[in-house]
Each structure stands twice: as C-alpha cells, then as structure tokens.
Design a protein around this ligand. Structure first.
Ligand code: SF4
Length: 262
C-alpha cells in the first residue's frame, strides 16, 4: 500500500504533478474546500473560480448490434472464479502455445465500472495481469482522475493471450475467446462498460464503425451502458487526444454519480 507523503516539499511536488496531469486532460478548474490554503500550482489550473459548469444530460444511443452481451452464456449466474476455472489452461485458439500467462482480468468482482481492452502486451503476458505496462499506468491515472482506484473497477481484455508482436487480434481468436468475456461481464454485471480502443469497442458493439465515431456516446447496452474511448496505448502516441478521453470518462463518472445509492 502507498505510504502517505508527509514531507511538505515532496507533497507539493506530487500535488503539482497531479494538477498538471489534470490540466493535460483538459481540466480547467479544481474545487478547494473552504478554510484550506491554496495548493502550490493550483492557480495554474483554477481558471474558472465560479465553479463547475453544469454537465448536460448524457446522450444515449442504442448499440448497433442485436446480440445480447448475455447470449451464449449460461443462464445460471456464475462467479468470476467459475469462469476462470472453466477457461483452465485454454488451448482453444492458436495463441495458446505462444503465451507465457493467461491474462484473465483483475479488480472488483462486483465493480460498477468495467474496462475492456484488446489483448495483453509483453508486460501483461509476463505478469499475468491486465494493463500493467506504460498504457496500464496511464489507465490507472485515468481511473484515479474520476476519484476511483483500480480496486474499485474490473479490468480485462477481449483476448486473454498475447498475440505475437502485439499484432491485431484475428477473427478466429476473437470468436474463441469472446464467450469468456461475455461470461465475465455476466458475472460482474457492471453498470458501465468502458471499451478501450477499436477492437474493444467494435467487438462489444458488433460494428465496424471507427472508434473516432463510436467514442463520446453512452450506448444503451442490454441493461448496462457502454462508452467507447481511445486506448491508453494510443494516447501515449497521441497525447492531445487525452482531452477527448477525459470528456468520455467524465460522462461515465457523471452517469455513475446519477445512479441511486445501493
Ligand atoms: S486467446 Fe482466449 S481462446 Fe485463445 S488460447 Fe487464449 S484464452 Fe484460449
């Protein structure tokens, strides 16, 4: 567990880094509790002291696919452990001899928010955990930017094994692995699914529309909402698009906050 920072200089540095990250995402104001002193660097971000603009109600589209995300899954409720046990030492597609580890997923098995990426990379294959490389560190920052932690959400991929050289997933691999993703979704039953990148979005929505057109909209998705946004690995190559991801992730945050408690 991360130890609390007590050194004032280190605290100021961490706070400044935190504020710069939010500024990078397009945040233009931060709230300061009454009676607290201004934080170092806060003035650079706080350009609109009047408070947050009222968020418009989220736009909702209906997913273009006809299949339910609960199709092809057992009607009896399953746990993630049961799904993992059934996956076993999977040999169902041609990626199995190439992997070091199956990367099943990690996080809160009752998460309200679930992230679905494309496939494990080298770091993930090595550690058997999703989103642990540089893209994963960026995803962690995105999650923390809406006041959550990785322990609050559930993270997995369409494919559980690394494609060689990080090439794109192929249709037969997706077809073999996809039922396990649907069973994971069925076990977690999140309120919002955030599809990261083209393959995550197109596979879940059953469309070939580009991610640039799919992102930014909350889809009605068989009892849940689905938001597609850019993959963190893409953001590492295209930092200016962090702002669009921040807009998408704020819509998710606002939707989750609008849900009744419990
Ligand atoms: S990618 Fe999925 S279907 Fe293919 S071997 Fe790995 S776990 Fe099995």
């Amino acid at each position: 567990m991360k130890q609390p920072v007590t050194d004032p200089r280190r605290l100021a540095e961490e706070l400044l880094e935190h504020l710069k990250w939010h500024q990078d995402l397009g945040v233009r104001w931060v709230r300061r509790e009454e009676g607290t002193r201004p934080a170092p660097g806060a003035a650079r971000v706080a350009r609109q002291p009047a408070g947050p603009p009222k968020a418009p109600p989220p736009t909702v589209r209906v997913a273009p696919q006809t299949l339910s995300m609960f199709d092809n899954v057992p009607s009896k409720p399953e746990t993630l452990d049961e799904v993992r046990t059934d996956l076993g030492d999977c040999q169902r597609c041609k990626l199995s001899p190439l992997r070091r580890n199956i990367v099943f997923g990690s996080g809160n098995p009752r998460a309200q928010l679930m992230f679905v990426g494309e496939a494990p990379g080298a770091d993930e294959d090595e550690q058997g955990l999703p989103f642990v490389g540089r893209a994963g560190q960026l995803l962690t920052k995105i999650i923390e930017a809406i006041g959550m932690s990785r322990d609050d959400v559930y993270i997995c991929n369409i494919l559980k094994c690394r494609p060689p050289g990080n090439r794109n997933p192929e249709q037969d691999e997706i077809a073999s692995c996809q039922p396990f993703l649907y069973r994971q979704i069925n076990a977690v039953r999140p309120r919002v699914i955030c599809a990261l990148g083209t393959f995550g979005a197109q596979t879940l929505l059953g469309t070939k529309e580009p991610i640039s057109r799919l992102r930014g909209t909350l889809f009605e998705y068989r009892g849940a909402k689905l938001m597609a946004t850019f993959h963190p690995a893409y953001l590492l190559r295209n930092p200016p698009d962090k702002r669009k991801v921040w807009e998408d992730i704020q819509k998710i945050r606002d939707y989750l906050r609008s849900l009744p408690a419990g």
